[in-house]
Design a protein around this ligand. Structure first.
Ligand code: BG6
Length: 504
């Protein structure tokens, strides 16, 4: 018996995430032979599809990723897929689901191992697990049962605590996998490898040598078709509470004692527990919020946020958020962290920039400033890689210093494919490895840290600045950075370049 044989049940299977990310990721695991031979995928949603109709939809979703002429691999995979029309809010349907699972298991001689993936609106996160438990589908006596939920885990501290308590009434913490897809990104995991497999970085990775740290996650797209969801969320809840703070956790954590799930997550939790609270009075000085305005990008008119489909015409929801904060512990005491994210910025980039302190005495006439050299950039996406900017002598008379790049691009590793975050995370849910999933304590700490910001922004005590689509956000964001000669780095699509006018 294979301990990983299972049925993968996806709620919300007619939705976009299933066809764009989940099924292609499961297919990719299949062709790499990373799935057990005994597995079944069951799609569940209200649409009235037959197995065949659902299989056809999944076939075309996969074909977009696998363009090979030989369709036999897709055919073989498709045979593992089934469908059940299902209303998650109707308790009667759960009895039918239980029967269906039994039938599928008997047909393929699979034991009771089951993953329940909730690719649904968050309102169903407390309903589906409860109804599953009512028909004993949380019972692990015939095989493991796991539920996977996507962020957002609550919409503020109070709702997150409520959701946690509701889930824990019927499920054990080890059965709950909270997906923050950034943790599944190879390059986010590489933060650990860069830090802890190279003796040269760790001695410098602290308040003695680091001046400040920036984390940027920018997107060039607007809210697209998600205006309805986004307008009730905004950049702070959509990106900062989860993705950006988790990156900070990886950058700032202490070395774990081992690579097991709890050792790593305990260290991230300690970072979150050390975040210096931002009092409501401080929010104005430590945060910037913005909203994109209509503009022309490369000759094309681009709508402002308030004109987007599904968005309130008077919306005060932020599409840009920047925060300055400190981590009060021995390693990071006094080192400012600056994080920012936004939609309709010039380019799509996620990166961490470590600004090392300048030398104590400027020997050379034009010593590069702390902002321009002495930098380590860890690029999460795109053009994944790592870049060190250092000052070097310009050949010729005297001692002119110029900044040069030492860089590594993942694309230089010929033939190496970077797997999608979902591929990694789905594989881990099957193996039962929860290292890259958020535990409830981390989620609550992150909400607690941001709650004063949420409250203050709601009460409109912090101004909402407009910024033209296609720019780097409100100009005031520069004021957040303490020292006059410092600004944010303006990254380009290509890791090696930067600057406000670089090619995007
Ligand atoms: C999601 C957010 O979690 O992350 C989206 O809800 C955002 O608004 C997306 O666009 C960004 O993910 P990625 O992997 O494209 O950086």
């Amino acid at each position: 018996m294979d301990k990983n044989e299972h049925i993968y049940a996806i709620f919300g299977a007619s939705g976009d995430l299933t066809k764009r990310k989940l099924v292609p990721a499961i297919y990719s695991l299949f062709i790499q032979k990373l799935l057990p031979t005994k597995f079944t995928l069951l799609g569940l949603s209200r649409s009235n599809y037959s197995d065949e109709q659902f299989r056809d939809k999944m076939r075309s979703a996969i074909s977009e990723f696998d363009e090979s002429e030989d369709t036999s691999r897709i055919d073989e995979f498709i045979n593992h897929i089934y469908y059940l029309p299902f209303d998650s809010e109707k308790s009667e349907d759960y009895g039918i689901l239980k029967e269906k699972l039994k039938k599928l298991r008997d047909g393929r001689e699979i034991n009771g191992n089951t993953v329940f993936y909730l690719s649904t609106p968050p309102e169903l996160y407390s309903i589906i697990p409860k109804y599953l438990a009512k028909v004993n589908l949380n019972d692990q006596s015939d095989g493991w049962k796991r539920i996977i939920i996507e962020k957002p885990f609550g919409t503020d501290l109070e709702s997150a605590i409520k959701l946690k308590n509701e889930l824990l009434e019927d499920w054990q913490e080890e059965q709950i996998y909270r997906i923050d897809h950034y943790l599944g990104k190879e390059t986010v995991q590489n933060l650990l490898v860069t830090r802890f497999s190279n003796g040269i970085f760790e001695p410098l990775w602290n308040r003695n040598y680091i001046h400040h740290i920036e984390v940027t996650s920018s997107e060039s797209i607007g809210v697209e078709k998600r205006g309805g969801y986004y307008d009730s969320s905004g950049a702070l809840k959509d990106m900062v509470q989860n993705h950006l703070l988790h990156i900070v956790g990886m950058v700032a954590m202490e070395p774990p004692s081992s690579l097991d799930a709890d050792s790593i997550r305990n260290e991230v939790l300690k970072v979150f527990q050390s975040l210096r609270p931002i009092n409501k009075e401080n929010v104005k000085n430590c945060t910037i919020r913005g909203q994109y305005l209509a503009s022309t990008i490369k000759g094309e008119h681009v709508l402002g946020y308030r004109e987007e489909e599904g968005v309130d015409k008077n919306s005060d929801t932020e599409t840009y958020a920047a925060i300055k904060f400190y981590i009060d512990n021995w390693r990071w005491g006094g080192v400012p962290f600056y994080i920012r994210t936004g939609k309709r910025l010039p380019t799509r980039v996620t990166e961490v920039v470590i600004h090392f302190k300048p030398t104590p005495h400027f020997l050379f006439a034009k010593d590069a400033t702390a902002n321009e050299c002495n930098l380590l950039v860890i690029r999460i996406q795109p053009d994944e890689g790592i870049l060190m900017k250092i000052g070097m002598k310009t050949p010729g008379n005297g001692y002119e210093v110029q900044n040069v790049n030492m860089d590594f691009h993942y694309s230089d590793l010929n033939g190496v494919r970077i797997p999608s975050a979902y591929e990694r995370l789905i594989g881990d849910t099957i193996k039962g490895d929860s290292t890259l999933f958020a535990r409830s304590e981390e989620v609550l700490e992150a909400w607690e840290f941001l709650q004063p910001v949420i409250d203050s922004w709601k009460e409109e005590e912090t101004p909402l600045f407009g910024y033209p689509a296609g720019t780097w956000g409100p100009e005031h964001a520069d004021d957040l950075i303490e020292e006059n000669n410092l600004t944010w780095r303006y990254p380009c699509k290509n890791l090696s370049n930067d600057g406000i006018y670089c090619e995007l």
